[in-house]
Design a protein around this ligand. Sequence first.
Ligand code: C2E
Ligand code: MG
Ligand code: MG
Ligand code: MG
Length: 293
Amino acid sequence: EAKVAGRNQYKFFDPEQDRKLADYYTRVAEAKTALKNEEFELFYQPKVNLGTMEIVGYEALLRWRHPEKGLLTPEAFLPPIEKHPEVAINLGNWVLDTALSQVCTWNECGLDVAVSVNASAVQIMASGFEKTLETHLAKHPGLRPNQLEIEILETDALNDLARVSRIIRNSKLSAVRFALDDFGTGYSSLAYLKQLPVDTLKIDQRFVRDSLHDDRDQELVKLIISLGRIYDLDIIAEGVESKAHGELLFRSGCQYAQGYAFAKPMPAEEVADWHNAWTDQHSEPAGLPRQAT
Ligand code: C2E
Ligand code: MG
Ligand code: MG
Ligand code: MG
């Protein structure tokens, strides 16, 4: 900042900057309190196999049940938290623990599904991430191998790809899977694809959204699917809002989807009933037309 301002414009007091800093500390303090008061919650959104309509897993999505402001989604509270390593890591551990407990509960109810957790760059780059994962997994002996998937975003905080690659490789020894979230929207996506030993590529919703009516977006989605195939990855599209989107994706070679067309993220206690109703409704092997190869 000082450099940009120039030699003769050095600012020793900037009320705007000061206000932002105070706001940041207030927000971080609020998040700490919220964690202590158990105001955070995980919602779950199903991931569907487009060929069979089976539910293969659920993504855990963080919510804050704020005492005054009501239910908040991450964009309303997560950015300042992610700049504060201690709070981000504590919250990340809570998310991991809660999601793993949940999947064990589902196992006991006979739901055979995986759970995906979004991890922030601070969490992944913190020393001992692999150890933390191992400890969490050990706390939940009811867990099956490959039942946990970690979704990572391409951000400049993960720019040491050799290191991230090592972290992923080590974590995979504990049978954890990894997905590249919002693929194509971040910073040097192709380098991430080439260097990170992930299992899944998630096509970002902004590519999916207009693909029905925009030929170029449709080609872009196909290109992303081809890229995923080069690296032998599972491919899932997010933000699938209609059956027509799902059908187009399936015809283009995308196996899995997530979006409002199937279900919005829902509170944990609604999942089992929703899941059983879905399974009953889709147990007839109707499915979609054959997938193009
Ligand atoms: P994401 O991981 O890419 O998750 C997908 C987002 O799209 C979610 O927003 C989901 O509610 C929304 N979505 C799902 N289907 C549809 C659809 O058909 N149409 C539209 N328009 N949107 C759909 P949400 O829950 O607000 O989460 C936003 C982002 O916050 C997530 O994006 C993820 O990057 C981050 N996030 C969520 N939970 C966590 C968490 O526990 N830890 C961290 N570090 N980040 C999280
Ligand atoms: Mg995600
Ligand atoms: Mg995403
Ligand atoms: Mg996203």
